[in-house]
Structure formats: C-alpha cells, structure tokens
Design a binder for this molecule. Structure first.
Ligand SMILES: Nc1ncnc2c1ncn2[C@@H]1O[C@H](COP(=O)(O)OP(=O)(O)OP(=O)(O)O)[C@@H](O)[C@H]1O
Ligand SMILES: [Mg+2]
Length: 386
C-alpha cells in the first residue's frame, strides 16, 4: 500500500493582515483559511483581483509572515532554507535582469543554488530547449517579447529541480501555442511527481490542467474541490453518438418525449473549443511545411514533451524523482545552498531589479562567498557591456 505522505502545504487558520505605519489594520488580505495540498497535485488558486492570491503565494514562499494561524510547506516552516531549496517560483511579473542573456540569466540563478558549472551547463541546455528558447540563448532578456521572458522565467523556476512549483500566471503573455506547451509541460511535471500551484485569471488554463481549485474572494475560501466534483452536472445526462440519420433521430425524439413526460430536452452538435480548432489549423499548416517568419520553436517543444523516449529522457534528467535522502558521500559533495543565497534568489525574483545584484544577508558568510561568485560574474558581464 502507498504510504501516507505529508501534505506539501498545510494551512490552518492562515491569516495575513496588513497594518499601516502606526500598526492600525489596513487590509485583511487573507482571512482565516484552511487548506492542504497533497504531493503530486496540480492546484489552481483562483479569485478576482485583490482576493488574496499573491499574498497567499508570498506566505508559501516565506516572503511574508502570516499574522495568524499556522503554515507548513514540505513539512517545515516556509522560511526554512531546506524548504526554499525545493521550491521553484515563477513570479507574476518577470523581474529578470535585462542586460543578461537567456543563458547568463539561468547560469546566475543556477549559481545561487550552488550548482556546479557542469550541472548548470547541462540543465541550461535542456531547459532552453524545453521552453523553446535555445535559438535565442545569447540574446539579452531585455530584448525579449513578454512571451519569451515568460519562457525564461519558467526555465528559471526549474533550474533547481524543485519538488514544489509555484507559478503565478504562467501563461500570461504567451500565444495559444505557447499556452498549450506550458500546459503540456505542467502535465509532464505532474507525471514526474511534482506538486504545482498555479494562479491564473484564464479559467480555461486552470480547467485543462488542475486536479483541484481553491477559489478565494475577500481573503476567504469560497469554494474548493476537484474539478470533476465541482463542474460535473449530475442531474443531467449527455449522450454523444455519431451523427444520426433522420429515422433514428425521430425514434429517439419520440422515446425521449414519452420518457421525459413533458420536460424539455435539447439535441445539438458538440462544439470544439477555439483552442482545439486553432491548434489544428497551425498543426496542418506545419505539416504542409508552410513557411513562417514567426516563432517556430513551439512545435519543437510540444514534440519534446510528448510521451516518446526522448521526452522521457529529458524530463528524467531535468526533474528527477522525489529525492531520496543523500547517501553518505565518498567524494566530498558540494555544499548545500545556504540560507541567504536561496532567500536572495526568491527576493531577487520579487524585487524590482534596480540594483543588478541582490544584497547578501550580513550574518551568513558562506552565502556571501557564494553570492560573491555570482555577483562577480554578473558584474563582469555587465561591466563588459558598458
Ligand atoms: N503590501 C501590502 N500592503 C497593504 N495591503 C496589501 C499589500 N499587499 C496586498 N495588499 C492588499 O491585500 C489584498 C489582497 O491582495 P493580493 O495581492 O493578495 O491580491 P491578488 O488576489 O493577488 O490580486 P491580483 O489578481 O490583482 O493579483 C488587497 O486588498 C491588497 O490591496
Ligand atoms: Mg496577484
């Protein structure tokens, strides 16, 4: 039997009240909510503007302190270094350093995780390929379109092979093909046992990939449950058949009239979604080798993520099974990412990049060394560009 695993997130009475300078309450952004997220679940956090989604996400990331209740992430405090090391985060807005190229950006974040040079190179190659940005690896992020920046943001969120991914509006700015690819990617990550929380205003995205949704309004949970339970209309039936000839249709209508005793019913043709139709049109154009001056990488990614051997191998390498506790090493292991370095990465992602490099926290000498190396590299790159 499968062993009972700890939930990835457990929130009990979670509350966040913002106060003004004098300590007077300003806004109760999150108001006494209880929820759990189980390993391997893809959960959608929904709600209108100002409903408390980002505040909840920031508490999960340990960037905001709850003012009430309890919150554990991966069985620990969200502020613990070990927790942050296992989280991948795509912020709502891409705060990427615009003077760095795509690969330098990933290298910078990889360095903050103390990944070795060889590991970084290997993962960066695979990630860029996976998000369809290999062709633009040496271009500066500042030149990228919003969709391209989103792709780099996603690659950044996966550089540390996280067990738990928090994606704030992952498909914003992407074209329909890009959206489909990102959705396929999230489904592929789920298959690898990753836990994913997504916030989005695009309900169809959530519907396509989430197992469960949590709907917030005014800082409270208004509805939660699996999409199947919430959306299945159990007091109606739908029967889908190949198109019926007139005699069969007449018989069926007569039977329904008799059985439904005057209740109304409807017979129509099912309708495809615009997304299905659009993707079909593009796939057809591609199969006929029609030329385009636009993005071509997209098709490659979808292929990459389809369940063939090469895809599995890549995902295998990128997102390994949930980690076993490290065996006693014969050769010395590289030191684990330390507190300030990992915290700095999350802070770097949520703060405006006014200064090119996040400040190291003063009380962590190891982090300074680690950051120093990353900073030196960054300054080097930026210096050369002046
Ligand atoms: N730093 C802050 N100081 C004061 N109030 C805040 C702060 N951050 C958020 N709030 C308030 O908390 C409430 C919830 O905000 P939050 O950003 O969590 O909403 P959201 O659901 O992410 O909205 P959106 O869909 O617009 O991103 C809002 O009323 C907002 O004004
Ligand atoms: Mg928000």
């Amino acid at each position: 039997m499968a062993e009972q695993r700890e939930p990835v997130v457990r929130a009990v009475g979670l509350t966040k009240e913002f106060r003004d300078f004098w300590g007077r309450p300003k806004a109760k952004a999150v108001n006494d909510i209880d929820f759990e997220i189980q390993p391997g679940e893809v959960v959608g956090l929904l709600g209108p503007n100002g409903s408390g989604k980002s505040t909840t996400v920031k508490m999960l990331l340990g960037l905001l302190y709850p003012t009430g209740g309890r919150l554990s992430v991966l069985g620990r405090s969200p502020r613990a270094v070990e927790t942050k090391r296992e989280i991948g985060y795509l912020p709502e807005d891409s705060y990427l350093y615009k003077y760095l190229t795509a690969e330098e950006t990933l290298d910078f974040f990889g360095a903050l995780f103390n990944l070795s040079k060889a590991d970084r190179r290997n993962r960066i190659d695979q990630l860029l390929e996976m998000v369809g940005m290999a062709h633009a690896r040496r271009r500066r992020v500042g030149e990228f379109s919003k969709g391209m920046q989103r792709r780099i943001g996603l690659a950044q969120a996966m550089i540390n092979d996280p067990a738990f991914l928090i994606l704030d509006e992952p498909t914003s700015g992407l074209d329909p093909l890009g959206c489909r690819e990102v959705k396929d990617l999230i489904v592929a990550l789920k298959k690898r046992g990753k836990t994913v929380v997504i916030t989005s205003h695009l309900l169809s995205d959530i519907e396509d990939i989430c197992d469960r949704v949590i709907i917030l309004y005014g800082g409270k949970i208004r509805a939660t449950g699996s999409l199947n339970d919430l959306l299945t209309v159990t007091d109606e039936n739908r029967i889908v058949t190949p198109a019926l000839q007139k005699p069969a249709m007449d018989k069926l209508v007569a039977l329904l009239r008799e059985s439904l005793d005057g209740e109304t019913f409807r017979i129509d043709h099912p309708r495809r979604t615009l997304e299905e139709f659009f993707l079909d049109v593009i796939a057809k154009a591609k199969s006929e080798s029609i030329e385009t001056a636009g993005v071509v990488g997209g098709g490659r990614i979808a292929e990459y993520l389809s369940p063939d051997q090469s895809t599995s191998a890549v995902l295998e390498a990128l997102v390994s099974e949930p980690k076993a506790p490290p065996a006693p090493a014969e050769t010395p292991e590289p030191p684990p990412p330390d507190a300030a370095a990992v915290s700095n990465r999350l802070e770097a992602l949520t703060a405006e990049p006014t200064a090119p490099v996040p400040e190291p926290e003063p009380q962590a000498p190891k982090a300074e060394e680690n950051l120093d190396e990353a900073n030196a590299k960054l300054n080097d790159i930026l210096g050369n560009r002046k």
